[in-house]
Design a protein around this ligand. Structure first.
Ligand code: XUL
Length: 525
């Protein structure tokens, strides 16, 4: 049997198809589209567009639909796949982004013409043309208003899993309601990117899963339901505009007639989509405490799975297994790494050689905030160098990447209730062994890389498998779902060098001191 997982990330869309038959458990198809390169007509840079104010960051929901259409064409045309065997499809998407639909959306989804491409048929279905995405940092005012109405940052975090955060959906909705009340009135449904794409596949309104709903500042984390207090603090009649929250293994429907006719695909089950981070938890096989996943992508994230929320975590989400996911997010991830590489006209091999040459950067530290930062909260962007300047190429390369790893290590203590005994590294930059060596030395534990690069898409395929077996009356443990796909490859293990672990232990303290000195007096989001 075949299970399809799709991940709509900030910079592109990936599909992973897995085959599970007896002892056979393998990835049979893996393909990615890049928005800037493959869909240039949408004019994105890094998959997004900037608003008038640099803190406003958007993408077009039509572009995501277009990418989905093109990817299903690739799946249907892949010679190596017997598409009739696809039993279920699930997916994940960048978290927090929101799609504003009008009353034409649902009737349009039901009556799409299979001869025609998807994107042009959707243009009249939106109450707002642009979707704000997680990189948008323009809603500080709305965050404070929401927190004041709920009873403060701590009360908001206790209720929804996070303090009010600029990129979260609730503050974004409040800003839209305040600035464009007429368009808000025309909005009949607000989907997250995940539930929007699931709806397009099912041809009907799909529910939200608790994992992605916990990235909205609107869900009661303990009850997995919309919180009336949070809804009231955000915008009027918001409850009517949001999809229901259902179990993560909910079957939202069947692949609609549009896709069946357009690409001769079977009537596969559409399993609820989730956020990319919750999906990665399954795709990295993290179903026990003590393991830390570090995803090195557009954003860097570090996360754990626990049976109760970790007390110090700045974000607690629901995990697709029904447990809790504790997460910290760093906005300055791959874009900052790539910027510094290009600034000095280097290849990734050059970067690796510079990192290997002098771990610890001779004690020189950089606070790597090329853009505004989420952890810690930094509103004014700019690299902060201590003891060197921008002309020292090697110190800049090491300073930025070592700084990122020290920040992740220092803040990771907040997401785990027990000491971390191993790290699973994932995301595009995890293929760079020198970066993983820095990570291992900074943390002082083994770092494993998985064979599959896109853990969110793999997690989606595995969740499709889990939900399909459950619906067939043959429930599986999560261990047996992930087994064979997420076992760490010993050939990809990177171990710490004790000499450098001691060096970084001292540097990490200094880094934490400098960070405290330079961070904003705002809550950490
Ligand atoms: C997590 C976050 C990012 C996006 C990236 O809170 O904002 O990791 O999910 O896709």
């Amino acid at each position: 049997m075949l299970y399809l997982g799709i991940d709509a990330s900030t910079q592109g869309l990936t599909a992973v198809l897995i085959e599970i038959d007896g002892d056979t458990r393998r990835v049979v198809f893996n393909s990615s589209l890049n928005f800037d390169r493959d869909l240039p007509e949408y004019g994105t840079t890094g998959g997004v567009r900037r608003g008038a104010d640099d803190n406003e960051v958007f993408a077009s929901p039509v572009m995501w639909a277009d990418a989905l259409d093109r990817m299903l064409a690739r799946v249907a045309q892949a010679a190596e796949i017997d598409i009739d065997n696809i039993r279920a499809i699930s997916g994940s998407a960048q978290q927090h982004g929101s799609v504003y639909l009008n009353q034409q959306a649902q009737p349009t989804w039901k009556s799409l013409d299979p001869i025609r491409a998807l994107a042009p048929q959707l243009t009249k279905t939106f109450a707002r043309e642009e979707s704000p995405v997680w990189m948008d940092a323009s809603t500080t005012t709305q965050c404070r208003e929401i927190e004041d109405a709920i009873g403060g940052a701590d009360a908001t975090a206790a209720l929804t899993g996070s303090p009010a955060c600029e990129r979260f959906t609730g503050p974004q909705i409040r800003k839209f309601f305040q600035q464009q009340p007429d368009a808000y009135a025309q909005t009949t449904r607000i989907h997250l990117v995940s539930s929007y794409l699931a709806s397009l596949l099912a041809g009907a309104d799909a529910p939200l899963d608790p994992g992605d709903a916990s990235g909205t500042n609107l869900m009661n984390l303990r009850r997995n339901r919309w919180s009336a207090d949070a809804l009231n603090a955000t915008a009027p009649d918001l409850g009517d505009r949001l999809p229901p929250i259902r179990e993560p293994w909910e079957i939202a429907g069947k692949l609609s007639a549009y896709w069946q006719k357009r690409y001769a695909l079977p009537a596969a089950a559409i399993v609820s989509w989730t956020g990319d981070n919750p999906s990665s938890l399954i795709g990295t096989g993290i179903i026990r405490e003590g393991v830390l996943a570090v995803s090195l992508g557009t954003s860097d994230t570090a996360f754990t799975c626990t049976t109760a929320p970790a007390a110090g975590s700045s974000h607690v989400f629901r995990s697709p297994s029904g447990d809790f996911m504790n997460l910290i997010c760093f906005r300055n991830g791959s874009l900052a790494r790539d910027w510094v590489r290009q600034e000095y006209r280097l290849t990734w091999d050059d970067v690796a050689a510079i990192l290997d040459a002098s771990p610890g950067n001779h004690g020189l530290i950089m606070l790597p905030w090329l853009e505004t930062e989420i952890t810690p909260h930094i509103a004014s962007p700019g690299l902060r160098r201590f003891g060197f300047d921008r002309h020292d190429r090697d110190a800049n390369i090491r300073g930025l990447i070592e700084g990122q790893m020290m920040a992740i290590a220092n803040h990771a203590a907040s997401v785990s209730r027990i000491p971390i005994d191993r790290i699973i590294a994932t995301g595009g930059a995890a293929v760079n062994r020198a970066i993983l060596q820095v990570m291992s030395n900074v943390f002082g534990v083994d770092v494993y890389r998985l064979d599959v690069e896109n853990s969110a898409a793999l997690g989606a395929a595995l969740r499709a498998y889990h939900a399909d077996r459950l619906a067939a009356g043959e429930p599986l443990s999560w261990q047996s779902v992930v087994s064979g796909f997420t076992d760490p490859n010993p050939g990809h293990r990177v171990s710490p060098n004790p000499k450098y672990v001691t060096r970084y232990a001292a540097l990490r303290k200094e880094y934490a001191f400098l960070e405290r000195l330079h961070q904003d007096r705002e809550p950490i989001c």
